[in-house]
Design a protein around this ligand. Sequence first.
Ligand code: URA
Length: 280
Amino acid sequence: MAIARVSIASSSTSSTASRAPVSVASRSRAFHARGGVAQTRARAARAPRASGEEGDDAPPPARPNPNQMLVIVPPHPLLKHWLAVARNVQTPGPIFRAALAEIGRILIYEAGREWLPTFEAQVQGPLAIADVEFVNPEKPVSVVPILRAGLTLLEESSSVLPASVTYHLGYVRDEETLQPKLYLNKLPEKFEEDAQVLISDPMLATGGTILAAVEEIISRGASPKNIRIICVVACPVSLTELSKRYPGLRVYAAMIDEHLNENGYIVPGLGDAGDRAFGT
Ligand code: URA
């Protein structure tokens, strides 16, 4: 089996993930124990420690390798809480949708870390002039929800991101070929090479749709190293494919579940996220 160049940073996988390919489980568990944030593959099993815990001879924390895909599962209790609400089959549609919106909000914060461009300025405060930083409104993040379910993760995006522009992408499964078929494409004709693109799709299952979406975005000039994906649950099979094709990409997930059933649904997963969110 080909080993994908994937690094997992932080947090957890569900219990079945210990059999997952792409070295997902052991690394992520190690991070879960210490709440690490981002590591390269080579040092993924070791999280940074609090200052003073290690001696002076401790190696510096590793930096993410730009040639590897990074998968980040933030170790946040609220993320776990809203995932638990979303997993529950008895959760009513509106609450399910609110849970996904909260998960989206947290993952957007995480994706924006050390990514959103800022500029320095000074403002007059009540007591003194303060040196400050603003997110640069001249560089809006290009937010790409994959319809339908991707909309749910972005419900809070306009209040989280000071500057963003939204381009919708819609895919439906072609029942003959079983391949994703593009039915709505609001992407710009061309992205600047340094355009920052945030894609949302709650379920990375077989990976067919997300791969098609990333390809579509890259074909318009965006670079994988400037693309970040937020999802609720990711399956190793989709992460493997993404990492083989697009090193440099980053994926932010609330959880990694190993199994796909014979219909391509993630188990335990969330069921059909679009149907649950929109009551269809
Ligand atoms: N899409 C969903 O909505 N759920 C899955 O489990 C897989 C794909």
